[in-house]
Design a protein around this ligand. Structure first.
Ligand code: ZN
Length: 725
């Protein structure tokens, strides 16, 4: 997935709103009077961060003219201009119509959107302490601006009128979809409520945001307060890299000469995998899975109960039975029942696989004379022994076949064969970039028509956030004249010595394909209105997950996965090893994931009155038959996805939902005559799953692609589970 966490949740909501509001060419706005147009022009002329993109390819961002002291004035002016446009729409004396309300909203806010392009670059690619100070200052201002739009009653009245009129006289399909999405977005945020209810709604949100902050800081406190310090004779089994990191962590904490295992996943997970010290494994395990649950001042159980009550009260104001019902209405799953049904269909096979995995591990423990029964703190340790016996894969050997330049060519090959896209480097110096490492390609379709640019910022450096992500600087729309796409991919590969190829791991190569999938999703867009470019949480990751599958196709392996020295293609047996390794430990992975996802849904479909989260978690997992050897991937008192914001509340199931679609869609290719390069299936993929973005209901789009709904069978095969009859 694209792990973008550059903004606070509140700002993320605001940005989503800006995306929903959309924007396009301000000069085309016929109802704007001359003065407003002139004001906007003057403001954008004075600040390059607000100005229209100039130069080739329909205009490109002025990344060579970014000056940080222009950012704050640009954001402030951009918000002011957008709010003026919104006021004008809201106070239009004419009867509300699609054109004078929805289309004008789609058109508004364009200078601000451009300022946010630069803001995103500073935030993710070239951050500095000076930028972060501006970010901290602007964040509450941005959220206040966002509230001014979502709480604008006159604006909502007009949206509602257009929406209600469209019930009697339906609009063309794409316009109808825009109206439905915008109306739902406002209504879900309480726009329909009367004055008293609105007041309570705002109070609840205020209380919730305090509880979310408290929840996270409690988890953080327990992560910082519980560190296990090891002596020299307690590091048996640990790989050198972990020992070095632990020594450094101890030194940082004033315990030079010792080894610190901190209370975070990146420390806990490898320690439990490799440490020979069973008692210490138990200690580290208990610390980690007790975060927020130590019955002290940092305990989160009461906070969870409070959060659940407030969420329930808030959705009840809007007439919903429970939080999950409210949340899922605009997701692909649509109802909590659909999400639960999916999870419960996979659950029994995951449990059965856990039994097999535990039996394999117990056999090794018995053979070694360990004299133990497998407990949760033994799982990773003995699973690693099973892995070595059954699936051993030398990651260094694999890397020799994964050269960054070849993989980039493999992306282009896939884009050509499946999407009909051609990638050509732009002439040197013709498109401004924000760092010398960034390269730009022109993308055209099979008719030779220009459709956009693709920027690649491949290497790690100071000031760049970790991980990999995709983004756009401009999205495809046609309602005010055709706009071409400016897409980008960003990674953190480590540069090689001069003259040597950059070699990356199999996982990183998969991620490279994944993020390129997001870029192709942007580039393939064929929608009229900006709002139709928006994402759907349990759906939009699926397209990029699917793209990962082309990495292991024979065509890519033969042409592009060649040994850095010998130039020979990756041998078939190594490919097989990689594929087999993908089913390793799936019982554990699926069960710990589903434990969390099922609890998430149970919490939000149960009456929260009098709930005791500690008891509720225990009882619910018992009813589900959670195995003794596994805990939830995120136990309730530290389940930040769900309780430190609303980001993934009743949305954690979405990872599995997207996996089901991915596996099922991949089989549409593998079963076809042309396999992953079948022209007919590829054409349907582009037409129904990529080009419409959010212009079509996701379930309907999928049905058009596949001829039926997705089933879990392919996922079960991918995970090595038996397919239910
Ligand atoms: Zn993604």
């Amino acid at each position: 997935m694209s792990k973008r966490t550059i903004f606070t949740p509140k700002v993320m909501r605001m940005l989503a709103l800006v995306a929903v509001m959309g924007a396009s060419e301000p000069l085309m706005a016929q109802t704007q009077n001359q003065t407003q147009k002139e004001m906007q022009k003057t403001a954008t002329d004075q600040n390059v961060l607000l100005a229209e993109f100039q130069g080739p390819y329909g205009g490109v961002p002025a990344f060579d003219q970014m000056e940080l002291d222009k950012l704050k004035p640009a954001l402030e002016k951009g918000m002011e201009l957008h709010l003026q446009e919104i006021e004008k729409i809201a106070n239009n004396p004419e009867e509300p119509t699609f054109e004078n309300t929805i289309e004008e909203m789609e058109r508004a806010g364009k200078p601000l959107q451009r300022a946010f392009v630069y803001y995103g670059i500073w935030s993710s690619n070239v951050s500095t302490p000076e930028f972060r100070a501006i970010q901290a200052e602007m964040s509450p201002k941005i959220s206040a601006y966002s509230s001014k739009i979502s709480q604008n009653e006159k604006l909502f009245d007009r949206i509602k009128t257009v929406f209600e009129n469209s019930r009697d006289n339906p609009l063309p399909a794409d316009q109808q979809r825009v109206v439905d999405l915008i109306y739902t977005n406002f209504a879900m945020e309480g726009a329909e409520l009367d004055a008293d209810a609105k007041k309570r709604y705002a109070e609840i949100n205020m209380e919730l945001s305090k509880l979310y902050t408290k929840f996270s800081s409690n988890v953080l406190a327990d992560e910082e307060n519980y560190v296990v310090f090891l002596e020299e004779d307690q590091i048996g089994g640990l790989p050198n890299s972990l020992v070095r990191a632990a020594a450094k962590a101890a030194e940082d904490r004033g315990q030079k000469g010792k080894y610190a295992i901190t209370n975070t996943r990146s420390s806990m997970d490898p320690f439990l995998t490799y440490s020979d010290e069973r008692e210490l494994r138990e200690k580290v395990w208990r610390n980690y899975y007790s975060r927020g649950d130590n019955q002290d001042e940092y305990d989160n159980n009461d906070i969870i109960a409070e959060i659940l009550k407030l969420r329930q009260e808030r959705v009840a104001l809007m007439g919903y039975d429970n939080y999950a019902e409210w949340r899922l209405q605009d997701r692909m799953a649509k109802t909590p029942e659909a999400a639960m049904d999916l999870m419960m269909a996979v659950w029994p096979a995951a449990l059965a696989r856990v039994e097999e995995e535990v039996a394999d591990m117990q056999a090794i423990a018995d053979r070694e004379g360990a004299g133990i029964t497998i407990e949760p703190w033994d799982y990773r340790y003995y699973a690693e022994k099973v892995r070595k016996e059954k699936y051993d894969l030398d990651s260094d050997e694999v890397k020799q076949y994964l050269q960054l330049d070849n993989l980039t060519d493999a992306l282009f090959y896939t884009a050509r064969e499946v999407f009909g896209f051609e990638f050509e480097p732009v002439p040197e110096g013709s498109v401004p970039v924000f760092h010398e490492d960034v390269k730009v390609w022109e993308v055209s379709n099979k008719d030779g028509e220009h459709i956009g640019l693709w920027y690649l910022d491949p290497f790690a450096r100071q000031g760049k956030r970790s991980g990999a992500w995709a983004t756009t600087y401009r999205s495809h729309t046609t309602f005010d004249g055709k706009k071409t796409v400016l897409s980008s991919n960003n990674s953190n590969f480590v540069k090689a010595a001069p003259g040597e190829p950059v070699l990356i791991s199999w996982d990183d190569a998969k991620t490279f394909f994944h993020e390129f999938g997001h870029a192709l999703h942007f580039l393939a867009a064929d929608v009229k209105y900006p709002t139709l470019n928006s994402g759907v949480r349990d759906y939009t990751e699926f397209q990029s997950q699917l793209l990962e599958r082309w990495l292991s196709t024979d065509e890519v392996i033969e042409r592009f996965l060649v040994h850095q020295e010998t130039g020979e293609s990756m041998p078939q047996e190594l490919v097989e090893k990689i594929k087999n390794a993908a089913t390793f430990n799936q019982g554990f992975a699926t069960t710990e994931f589903l434990g969390s996802a099922l609890m998430d849904m149970k919490y939000h479909t149960t009456d929260p009155e009098g709930i005791d989260p500690r008891e509720f978690e225990k009882e619910t997992l018992k009813e589900l038959g959670m195995p003794d050897q596994i805990v939830m991937r995120h136990r309730s008192p530290h389940f930040g996805h769900v309780f430190s914001s609303e980001g993934y509340a009743t949305a954690y199931y979405g990872y599995l939902w997207a996996d089901v679609l991915t596996s099922d869609a991949a089989e549409a290719f593998s079963e076809s005559p042309g396999g992953f390069y079948d022209k007919d299936v590829a054409a349907k993929l582009v037409q129904f799953l990529f080009a419409p973005r959010n212009a079509m209901d996701p379930a309907e789009a999928y049905r058009k692609f596949r001829g039926r709904d997705a089933t879990i069978d392919a996922l079960m095969r991918d995970r090595g589970f038996p397919v239910p009859q």
